[in-house]
Design a protein around this ligand. Structure first.
Ligand code: MIC
Ligand code: SF4
Length: 648
C-alpha cells in the first residue's frame, strides 16, 4: 500500500502505537528548537528533570523574540539561555543571528527528520520536507530528555499544485488561498501535504512561507516533498549530504485532495482581525495606508527581501507611510548588504529593523490609533500589534512594497507602472556560523546564570475529585493565546510566573487576576466557559501555566486548538467540550458549577471521550461535557501535570 510523505516519515519515527488515522501514537524527535520567550521556561523544566545533558540528536536555542530589552529582564534571560545551553549540550544562536524558523531552515533543517519546537510556526521546516511540529515548552523539555512526542495519527490533506505563479503573485498568496478555503478552525489532527507538478515551481523559501502559515489553519504541520530544489538549497548551505528524496506514492494516499492552479492565484490579503479573513487585494485597492512592515518568519528570506529591494529601487517611501524592513537572519542581512539591496532600502527611506520577531509580536512599531498597517507576517489578531484600534492587513512582500511607495493599497496585478524585477541577486548563500555557540562535549562545570527575574516553574497538584467553583470568565469564539497571555510589553515576564500571571486575560478583562485570587483564598475553583476554537494561535504554554497558577481547574468550551489542548493537560487543567453546544448559552459568568467523581470518570478511558455531568448550582440545571483525552493525558492530569508525572 502506497504512502504519502507524512506517513513515510512518521513510520520511520514510530515508537509506540499504530499509525491509523485518529489513533494516538508516539514518535521519536530528532531535533528540537526553542526561542527565548518560551525557551527559559522550557529549560527550567528540563533542568527540573535532573538529566546531565540533552538526549536528542540536536537541540538549538534561539534568541529572537525579546530583543528590545527595555529593563534588565530580557538580557538576564539571554544570559541564562546561553549558560544553560553550554551546560546541557545545546547549540545557542545569539541575539542578532535571526528568527528561529528562518535560521533553522538555513542551518539545520533536513528532509525526513522530525523537529519539535516551542513555537507554533515550527512547521516552517516542512519547506525542507520535515515533520516539524509546534508544541509547548514542557513538551520540548521532555523531547530533549529523549522521550517521544505524542500526536494523533493525522488525516492528510493533499494539496495538489499545478502551474506557475504569475509575476507579482507569491507564496503568501498561495497560503492565503489555502486559508480562504480551510479557515482558521476545525483543522485539528490534520496535515497539509503539498504535491503535484506545481511544486517544482516553488523554491525552498517559498515552500517554507506556505508551511509557516499552515499554523494559522490549526493543522499539526504542513510539508512539501523533497526534490532537486531541496538538494540545491542544502548544497548551497554546505549540507548536501543531508539530502534524501521524498515523495508521495500517489494521489490516492491522501484522505482528501484540494487542487490549486498556481497560475490562477490572485493577490490576497487577510483583513482585520484574523488570518482567515481573506479577501482579494483588488477589493481594498486604493485604501490609504499608514504603515508597512516587511519581515517575520513568514516572509523574510533573501528571495523575498531582494524582490522588495528591486521594487523599491529608485522610489521613495510615500510621505504618509512608515516602512520598516526586518531581514529574517544575519545570513539574509549579509547578503543584502553585499548585493547592494541594503543601500536601496536606506535610499528609499525604509527603517531598517533588527533581524528578529520585533513588530510581529508587538514588541515595537505599534501603529497609531486607527492606523492601517500592512504586514508580511502571519497573525493580525486584534491588539497584537500593540494598538487595539489599528487595522492590520497581512500581505505578500510584493503588495507591501508597492503599497509603501503609493501610500495606498496597490493590487500588484493592477496598473501601478512598476515593472516586475528580473531574476537577480547573489546565486550563492553566505554561510557563516560565527553567531552560534556550539557547546563543549562536557559542560558539567558550567555555572548556569540566573537573574532575579528567573523563577522556578510552578508545581501542579493532582486533579481534584470534585471541581467546585465559579465561572470566573465567560468568553466567546476564537479566543487566542494573545488574549489569554498578552505578549508585547508583557513579554519580559515570561520567566516569572507570579508576575506574568497578573496580566492573564488582560485584553479581555483586567480584573480577572484579582477575581481568581479572591476565589483561591476562599478555596473555590476557577472555571472558564469558552466558545469555539479556544486557544488559537501561539504555542505559549504560559496560556496554561498562568491559569493553573491562578487556580483554573477546568475550561468548558465549544472546542480547543491542538497545542493549547495539550498544554492544558500538561499543566493539569481539565479541558471539557460541551456535548450540546446550546448549553453554552445557559451559563452566565458568576454561576457556580460542580463536577463530581472526577477520578472515577478518568478511569473510564474511551477513544471518543469521557462524558462528565456538570451541575450548574446557580441555575439548578445539569449538562454534559466531554473530555477528549489520550491515556497519557489522563495520567498527566492525575499526577498534576506532565512535569510532576515525569518526576514520578
Ligand atoms: C507568536 O507568533 O505568537 C509567537 C510569539 O512566536 C508564539 C510563541 C510565544 O508566544 O512565545 C508562537 O507562535 O508559538
Ligand atoms: Fe516570531 Fe512572529 Fe514568527 Fe512568532 S510569528 S516566531 S513572533 S516572527
Amino acid at each position: 500500500m502506497g504512502q504519502n510523505v507524512t506517513y513515510k516519515i512518521l513510520s520511520e519515527h514510530l515508537e509506540k502505537g499504530s499509525l491509523e488515522k485518529g489513533n494516538p501514537v508516539s514518535i521519536r524527535i530528532d531535533q528540537t528548537l526553542t526561542q527565548d520567550a518560551t525557551g527559559t521556561m522550557a529549560y527550567l523544566q528540563f533542568e527540573a528533570l535532573g538529566l546531565p545533558r540533552v538526549q536528542n540528536e540536536l537541540a538549538v536555542s534561539y534568541v529572537d523574540h525579546n530583543t528590545v530589552q527595555v529593563g534588565f529582564e530580557n538580557a538576564d534571560d539571554h544570559a541564562y539561555l546561553k549558560s544553560v545551553a553550554e551546560r546541557y549540550h545545546i547549540v545557542f544562536s545569539r541575539p542578532g543571528n535571526g528568527i528561529c524558523h528562518q535560521v533553522h531552515l538555513e542551518r539545520f533543517g533536513a528532509p525526513g527528520k522530525t523537529l519539535l519546537g516551542s513555537d507554533s510556526h515550527t512547521p516552517t521546516g516542512g519547506g525542507l520536507s520535515m515533520i516539524a511540529i509546534g508544541a509547548g515548552g514542557l513538551d520540548i523539555a521532555v523531547a530533549m530528555a529523549g522521550q517521544p512526542f505524542q500526536i494523533i495519527s493525522p488525516k492528510v490533506v493533499g494539496i495538489k499544485l499545478t502551474g506557475t505563479l504569475r509575476n507579482f503573485v507569491s507564496a503568501k498568496d498561495v497560503i492565503l488561498t489555502v486559508l480562504e478555503h480551510y479557515g482558521v478552525k476545525g483543522n485539528v489532527n490534520t496535515v497539509f501535504e503539498y504535491f503535484g507538478e506545481g511544486v517544482k515551481n516553488l523554491s525552498v523559501p517559498e515552500r517554507a512561507t506556505i508551511c509557516n502559515m499552515g499554523a494559522e489553519a490549526g493543522v499539526t504541520t504542513s510539508l512539501f516533498p523533497s526534490d532537486f530544489l531541496t538538494e540545491e538549497f542544502l548544497i548551497k548551505h554546505g549540507r548536501g549530504d543531508l539530502y534524501r528524496e521524498l515523495s508521495s506514492d500517489g494521489e490516492d494516499t491522501y484522505d482528501e485532495v484540494f487542487e490549486i492552479d498556481l497560475a490562477r492565484i490572485t493577490p490576497k490579503t487577510a483583513a482585520p482581525h484574523s488570518p482567515g479573513n481573506v479577501v482579494p487585494v483588488h477589493d481594498v485597492e486604493g485604501m490609504k495606508v499608514d504603515q508597512v512592515l516587511i519581515g517575520s518568519c513568514t516572509n523574510s528570506s533573501y528571495q523575498d527581501m531582494r524582490r522588495v529591494a528591486d521594487i523599491l529601487k529608485g522610489h521613495t517611501v510615500h510621505p504618509d507611510v512608515s516602512l520598516g524592513i526586518a531581514p529574517g537572519s544575519r545570513e539574509v542581512l549579509m547578503m543584502l548588504s553585499q548585493d547592494g539591496s541594503l543601500a536601496t532600502f536606506i535610499a528609499s527611506g525604509a527603517r531598517i529593523l533588527e533581524s528578529a520577531c520585533g513588530f510581529c509580536i508587538g514588541n515595537h512599531q505599534s501603529p497609531g490609533s486607527n492606523a492601517v498597517s500592512l504586514r508580511t507576517n502571519n497573525r493580525n489578531f486584534e491588539g497584537r500589534s500593540g494598538t487595539k484600534s489599528a487595522q492590520v492587513y497581512l500581505v505578500s512582500p510584493e503588495t507591501a512594497a508597492l503599497s509603501a511607495i503609493a501610500g495606498s493599497f496597490v493590487d500588484p496585478l493592477g496598473d501601478h507602472g512598476i515593472p516586475y524585477p528580473p531574476k537577480g541577486g547573489l546565486s550563492e548563500f553566505i554561510v557563516d556560523d560565527e553567531m552560534f555557540i556550539f557547546p563543549p562535549e562536557d559542560g558539567s562545570g558550567i555555572q548556569v546564570q540566573r537573574g532575579p527575574n528567573i523563577g522556578e516553574p510552578p508545581t501542579g497538584s493532582p486533579i481534584k475529585d470534585t471541581i467546585s467553583g465559579e465561572v470566573t470568565l465567560k468568553v466567546t469564539d476564537k479566543i487566542t493565546t494573545d488574549h489569554i497571555m498578552p505578549a508585547g510589553q508583557r513579554l519580559k515576564f515570561r520567566s516569572n510566573i507570579p508576575e506574568y500571571a497578573k496580566y492573564t486575560f488582560e485584553p479581555v478583562d483586567p480584573t480577572f487576576h484579582d477575581r481568581c485570587q479572591a476565589n483561591q483564598k476562599e478555596g473555590k475553583a476557577n472555571i472558564i466557559i469558552a466558545g469555539a476554537s479556544y486557544g488559537q494561535g501561539s504555542s505559549r504554554e504560559h496560556a496554561a501555566i498562568c491559569p493553573m497558577y491562578l487556580g483554573i481547574e477546568a475550561i468548558i468550551s465549544k472546542g480547543f486548538e491542538r497545542i493549547h489542548h495539550t498544554n492544558l493537560c500538561n499543566f493539569g487543567i481539565l479541558p471539557l467540550e460541551f456535548q450540546d453546544e446550546g448549553d453554552y448559552d445557559s451559563i452566565d459568568q458568576g454561576d457556580e458549577l460542580v463536577i463530581e467523581s472526577v477520578a472515577e470518570h478518568l478511569e473510564r478511558y474511551r477513544s471518543e471521550g469521557i462524558v462528565f455531568t456538570v451541575r450548574n448550582v446557580s441555575k439548578g440545571t445539569t449538562f454534559s461535557a466531554v473530555a477528549r483525552l489520550t491515556p497519557t493525558q489522563i495520567a498527566y492530569l492525575k499526577s498534576g501535570g506532565l512535569l510532576e508525572y515525569m518526576k514520578g
